[in-house]
Design a protein around this ligand. Structure first.
Ligand code: SF4
Ligand code: SF4
Length: 71
């Protein structure tokens, strides 16, 4: 199973990760971080993330980490 963690304080809400996740597992939330940006939030869709790493690759602020755990 795979999952991602988004560090909200590093996110500026550019939506690259939202746009490029092939599984549409990320959205921009309604809350603001301390810099005043609405930040990206992973969606809790069990088993959908393939750990492809595209979201982390696209993020200009290195706010996303991808974890792949043993099945
Ligand atoms: S690792 Fe791939 S599937 Fe998982 S959230 Fe990121 S872009 Fe989407
Ligand atoms: S690509 Fe990075 S900075 Fe942009 S919305 Fe996603 S997590 Fe935030």
């Amino acid at each position: 199973m795979s999952r991602i963690v988004i560090e909200k304080e590093l996110c500026k809400g550019c939506e690259y990760c939202v746009t490029y996740c092939p599984k549409q597992l990320i959205h921009i939330g309604t809350a603001f971080n301390s810099m005043g940006f609405k930040y990206a939030v992973p969606e809790d869709k069990e088993g959908q993330c393939t750990a492809c790493g595209i979201c982390a690759l696209m993020c200009p602020d290195a706010a996303i980490e991808v974890y792949q755990t043993e099945k």
